[in-house]
Ligand binder design. Structure first.
Ligand code: ADP
Ligand code: MG
Length: 657
């Protein structure tokens, strides 16, 4: 009798799976046969190397193939069941023992040959203690091979899962559907999904596992790409507002020539790329990715000036009021210094000003711009996200684009999160990315040191000296407290007290934390900037988006709790002036992995480099906190592998037709 299966069959269709197991499997997210086959092992135990009993005695552990000479149950003094078996092969004999499994004598019968895997114990004379076992045959499920180990739940072991998945081995093509058409598979040399799934559950070699992972990783990337491509298709149904301009247009030239510095090569490239996009029929969706301090503002401003020159308005959105104010000040000053007259408005919570429809630059926060109507002639929107980014935000911004009937403004998202190019491709699909990967000339790299507990006092003393003698200022970043701003604020207050009383009694300390009102925060930050404090103690949630060129020292407490990209973000708050700056990472971590990470950070000043390091070692969710967003549930894809990403893009395009 032949059984037929389909992916939507409930797991209860399988023999030995009733309501009790149905419930347990649901906890693992498994309801159908399709789900079961997509419950992937997270590692493999290699018991394929079968050794002799003599070798086992030397090695202390391993897999043997042995015949059961005798097997008996007895009771120990503490009334436990003890099963004892004598096993033998051509090389010798060994005793195996199990506790409280008296039923074993029903399975392990005298005279039969089994595989046994386990460790030697010498507790009651030398024996193989509680070994795993499986009847020897040409086709074993658990031992004598690469055995998958699955995520388990109470009552559902890997062994149980293997036994349920095994009967499906010959039916995989009926259960999983391959979304890459056969023709494309052949052309792109991709293995069929069904064989990838077979290999991941029943590998015969390490290579099988690799091949399977390659295809499954490709699947993840292709899925993201298909979504991204659909997203842009939808977006592209709007025509752009064409802004005819280039870097040598009069007003743009006037701005750039008035600067007291030369643009870096990558700044110039970025401006060219943006202005090129402006000339297109389709709206620009470009990401400007550059480290803190790499000079993104002037790039955005040059494009805003070009926009104004053609009679249109630009809207700049900052993540916080304080950053909006800062942009307003620097941009006003830059324009003023260049003798360029452009109406410029700041929209903060208390500004009630009408937004007129003449060409202008408007600076505000997301929330405000939402409420107000944008000028009808808005042709360019800059989103300064600092280090935040997310698909959700992009989606909401879409709505803004419809203020002009069917014509969409151009979008430039500026981010200081050093996102490696590969990841921007994964995240943003075919969005165009401009990267500022060189720092303006003359910037001194920040010196970063890892400070173990016993050097803490020395560092405090050094900092105290610097502040007293050189009139420097310092940031102290408090430890990260997961998920609770309130607890974090409380801890920061205590730390602030301790530092004020015990460590720096002669210095003036300020404190900002996430429980303060925006105004209160701004006041304190401004006071710090005006040198009313020597040291600013801050919780990690506080966006110290303000420029304090005189602050040259930073301490980061419990540095090991942060991702490197985030540490880099903090570090970017210093080193803004022309003075040498210093960053101290305090840590009580002692394990090699975390110490190595922090050491790498000390040696590398490029945000791209440290982000890439974390990405490789900890995965994207950990690094950018985007686990929740659901777009990056990548298990097999290597997002630092450009070749694989390109391949996925290619295939996605073909599938989309
Ligand atoms: P971010 O990329 O962090 O937004 P900003 O645009 O705020 O950086 O620039 C940081 C500082 O560097 C500003 O004071 C800006 O005037 C200055 N700056 C920008 N570009 C250059 C350059 N090419 N040479 C020297 N200084 C520059
Ligand atoms: Mg900036």
């Amino acid at each position: 009798m032949s059984i037929s299966y389909s992916g939507t069959d409930p797991v209860t269709n399988l023999p030995l799976v009733g309501p009790r197991y149905e419930e347990k499997l649901r906890r693992l997210g498994i309801e159908t046969l399709h789900d079961l086959l997509h419950h992937f092992p997270f590692r493999y135990s290699d018991t394929s190397d079968i050794i002799s009993i003599t070798e086992l005695i030397v090695k202390g552990e391993g897999t043997i193939m042995a015949t059961i000479e005798s097997i008996t149950n007895s009771r120990t003094r503490s009334r436990k069941w003890l099963t004892k078996a004598t096993l033998s092969d051509h090389s010798g004999r060994i005793t195996a023992v199990w506790f409280n499994q008296p039923f074993l004598t029903k399975t392990l019968k005298r005279g039969e040959t089994f595989l046994f895997n386990g460790k030697l114990s010498t507790k009651w004379g030398r024996n193989l203690s509680n070994p795993q076992y499986e009847k020897a045959s040409d086709e074993t499920t658990h031992l004598g091979k690469l055995t998958p180990i699955y995520p388990e739940t109470y009552g559902v072991s890997s062994k149980w899962l293997r036994a349920r998945i095994k009967p499906l081995q010959n039916h995989i093509p009926d259960i999983v559907e391959d979304f890459i058409p056969f023709q494309i598979q052949k052309k792109e040399k991709v293995i069929p999904l069904s064989s990838a799934i077979e290999k991941i559950h029943f590998p015969e070699s390490e290579k099988d596992i690799k091949d399977a992972q390659e295809r499954l990783g490709l699947n993840e990337l292709i899925n993201i790409q298909i979504q991204a491509q659909k997203f842009f298709e939808k977006k592209n149904k709007y025509d752009a507002i064409k802004i005819k301009s280039d870097i040598n247009s009069l007003l743009v030239r006037k701005l750039l020539d008035s600067l007291e510095f030369e643009l870096t090569g990558s700044q110039e490239n970025a401006i060219n790329e943006i202005l090129n996009d402006f000339n297109e029929e389709k709206p620009m969706h470009r990401l400007l990715n550059g480290d803190v301090g790499s000079g993104k503002t002037i790039v955005g401003l040059a494009a805003a000036v070009a926009t104004y020159d053609q009679g249109f308005s630009t809207v700049i959105m900052a993540p916080t009021t304080i950053l909006a104010q800062q942009h307003y000040q620097t941009i006003s000053k830059t324009l003023n210094d260049g003798d360029i007259t452009i109406p410029i408005q700041l929209l903060t919570s208390d500004s009630k000003g009408e937004v007129g429809n003449s060409p202008q630059i408007i600076i505000g926060t997301h929330a405000l711009i939402y409420k107000q109507e944008l000028p009808i002639n808005t042709a360019f929107i800059i989103i300064d996200e600092q280090h935040r980014f997310g698909v959700e935000q992009r989606e909401t911004l879409e709505k803004l684009g419809q203020t002009n009937g069917n014509r969409s403004p151009h979008y430039l998202t500026m981010t200081a999160t050093p996102i490696p190019r590969s990841l921007t491709l994964v995240l943003y699909g075919q969005t165009n990315v401009s990267i500022l990967d060189e720092m303006p000339k003359g910037r001194k790299p920040i010196k970063t040191y890892l400070i173990p507990q016993d050097k803490r006092q020395d560092s405090y003393k050094w900092i105290k000296d610097r502040i007293e003698k050189e009139d420097d200022q310092a940031f102290i970043i408090c430890p990260l407290v997961e998920d609770s701003e309130k607890v974090e604020a409380k801890a920061a207050k205590e730390e602030y007290k301790r530092l004020s009383k015990d460590v720096f009694p002669d210095l003036r300390l300020g404190l900002v934390h996430g429980q303060l009102k925006e105004e209160e925060k701004n006041t304190i930050l401004n006071q710090f900037k005006d040198k009313k404090f020597d040291i600013l103690v801050a919780t990690p949630v506080v966006e110290v988006g303000i420029d304090v060129p005189n602050a040259t020292i930073m301490i980061i407490e419990n540095a090991e709790r942060f991702g490197l990209a985030q540490l880099h973000q903090f570090r970017g708050r210093i080193g803004r002036g022309d003075q040498q700056s210093y960053c101290f990472l305090f840590t009580d971590a002692t394990d090699k992995t975390r110490i190595d990470r922090l050491k790498y950070f000390c040696k590398n000043n490029s945000g791209f480099k440290v982000a890439e390091y974390d990405l490789k070692n900890r995965g994207p969710g950990e690094v950018y906190g985007i686990k929740q967003s659901g777009i990056l549930q990548l298990r097999f894809a290597d997002i630092t592998n450009m070749k694989q990403i390109k391949r996925a893009q290619n295939i996605a395009e073909k599938i989309n037709g």
